[in-house]
Structures are given as structure tokens and as C-alpha cells.
Design a protein around this ligand. Sequence first.
Ligand code: ZN
Length: 471
Amino acid sequence: MLGRAARLWETGLLCLAILFLPFPARAWLGEFTIRDELELARKFDLVIETRFPVVHDSVITGYVQSLVDRLVAVMPPQPFPIKVTVVRNGALNAFASAAGHVTIFTGLIANLDGEDELASVIAHELAHVSERHIARSIEKSQFIGAGSLLGILAGVLIGSQVSSESGDALAIGAVAGSQSLQLKYTRENEKDADQFGLEYLVKAGFSPAGTTRAFEKIRKLQWLGGGGSVPSYLTTHPGLDDRLGYMQERISRLSQGVHQQPTDNREFYKVRTLVHAWFSDANTANAVFSSSASTACLSKLGDAIALSRLHQVEEARARFHEALACNPGDPLWKREYGRFAFEYGELSTAVEALQEAVLKNPADLFALFFYARAVAEQGNFGASIAAMEKVAKSVPRDAEVQENLGRYHAAMGNQFDGHLHFARAFAYKRQFTKYTFHLQKAEALAVRTDQQAKLRALRDEIAEYREILGI
Ligand SMILES: [Zn+2]
């Protein structure tokens, strides 16, 4: 709990910091162009990626993206590629920011019970995107500088401070600190998003029943008093009852065939198990997964993960073996067992399990990350660099990934690449004295033109990062 409070507090600080960034005091006088929107989204992404607990587990993110892709396929053509980010946060929240970027909180996945429910919330957010509600709202709110706008968007992450009649976190513009700001969705926007969202949901083949169940869950959870995991904007939400009634009525008028659209929840349950096992309190997760009602193979995996987080090594190992026995072919099971074995020093077991996980699911970044670390421990730096480079391509600003790459290159005698990666790692840890130290070392070693080009790219990348974050 302390950790959670501390995180929220840090988020608050970040918001304030962003609001006072030295952005050019430019105002949009009524026109928020697509170019403006792309630029804003790029900066927003950088803030989110480097300052918030973004989930990099591609089993989770890949699943959410697959729901987005299904929905996008039936939407009108969009000027931007739709991008989804999952953030580790217990609040039931999802929001569209700018340029087709949608953020989903893990709390939403944790508290919903089926794929159609999650898809209905995403469809609603995508409808705000397709109707360009954000850009329209920005156009209406004249005289907003880019700095404060970025602050508002980052401010949506303070879910617990939101107080608004709108169901979307974007509406907390006022919370982000600017008194005269009216950046929020109107009731008409919400009605449109509900309506178009339902249309996309049904066209994409999801069951429409998920919509009302998701609404009802959000409404029910608000009566639990928040409890820290439900943002207050859901507790003061007069529009929700109206919207629920209206949507129930619309859904009842849909054809019988639509109502019978099947839901396959297997991937959803897998992803929700990962979210519970890794991101909720380990004792609670252990209690839930080990209860007599949860004898399914997935619960065994979840319990094994929870036990390993509690450092109950022998119990965890036994539970992993039970889980592997009931689902031996799934690369996720292998990955989690490999992570566990690596953490507790069983190197050859770890390499074997992780290698299988990587071969079966080459897109699994976590499997690759732990495989790279495990083979590095065995002294095979060539293989570890190859695997870690693949991870770095997807998450270039992850300090841990860069630091590991620096270490492997140094061990192989590639001093230039070693310092280059260490420099990037320290920059993203915001340790700029160390960043400069390694940058200078790399500069002294750069003899080839491609090395000089790499250095120039790094200097530009870090200069922009520092400018955007004001550090
Ligand atoms: Zn909305």
C-alpha cells in the first residue's frame, strides 16, 4: 500500500513538473492539426514510457493490441495508426489521449470478467478517437500551450483525483492545474462514443452483452467506497445510470444473431491471471489462486508466480511442476518457470525452459529478456547480445535492458558499444553525470563514421528527452 501511495504521489509531482515545462508559449488558435496531434502524442508517449510503470509483458500488451486490431478493422479509416499502452495501475481506467493512442490500466483487466467486457471499454475509447473528440475539444479550448496540454494528458494518470461527470480520465483537465481549461468530453461526446463503440464492438464480432456487464461492474465497484483502487470519478458519476439504461435499450433491439456472437475467454483469463499474479498484492494473489475453488491449471500457474513473489521457493517449485504437468506445451508456462529458475539460480533449468519459450513464441519480450540474462550468466555473450538487442528494439528506453547490453558488450571487449549502452541506461535513469562520463568515454573511442553517427543519434535522443521532461 505504501508503494502505491508513493507512486501516486510521484505521479502528482510529475504533473506539476510538466505543467511548468519551458515550452514555447504557443497557442492553438482554433486549429489543432494532425501534425500537431502526432507531435503531441510522440511527446506524451515519451513521458509515459520513461516515467510511468508501463507494462512490457508482450503476452499482456499483445493481447490488448489484438482486441484493438479487431475493432480498428471495422472502424472507418483513421489518420493515425492506433497504438495501445498498458500501464500498471489498480484503477479501472482507460482513455484515448491524442493521435489514436489508447492507454489501458491493469486495474481494468483485473476487475472485468470477460473479453467482451474489456473489448466494450476499448471500443468506447476508440469511438472517441474515430469521432476525433479529443482534437475537437482541444480546438475549443483555445490558448492552451503545448506544455500544459501535455500536463493534462499526463495528469490523466492521477486516476484517484478525478472528479467529473464524464467517464473518461481526459476530463480531468481542471485537476491538472489550469483553472480556465475546459478540455473535456461533453455528454454528447459520451453518448456518441457509447453508440459508435457498440457499433464497432458488434461489427468486430464481440458479444454486445459485455457492454452492460462492464458498465454494471464499474457502477457496482463505485459502491465499494473506492478503496484506493477505484478512482473517485467513478464514485461521482451521475451520467452512468442514464447511459446504462440507454445502452441496455439499444442492445435489446439488436438482432438475435448478434446476441449469440460467441466469446472465447481463454486468452483473457490467461492475461488476467498474469495481471493478478504479478501486479496485485502477492499474499492476496496466493490466497485467491490457492483456494479450493481454483483448481484449474491456470490458477496453478498464478499460484506458483504468487508463491515465487513471496520467496516460498519450495512451494513455488512444487506448484510450477503441477502447472507444467497440466499444460506442458504452453510457452507462457515455460517462460514463467524459466524466470523462477533464473531468479533462484538454477541456470541450466532456466536456459532450457526459456529457450523453449522463445522458440515457441519469438514475440515474447520477457522470455527473450530472461533468456538473454540466463545465457550471459553461462558466459555466452554473443547469444545474450543477439536476444537483448531484439528486446531493445521494442523498448529502447528501458534502462535495465540498456545496462545489460552495456555489460555484455564490455565483457566481449566492445568498449565503444559498452559505453554507448551505459550512457543511454544512465540517461534514462536520470543520472546525467554518469551519462556524460560514459558518453565521453565512447566519444574518445569513436574512430569509425558509423560510431560517430551512433553518438550523434544518442546525443540528439537524450537532448530531446531532457527538453520534453524539463530535466
Ligand atoms: Zn468516454
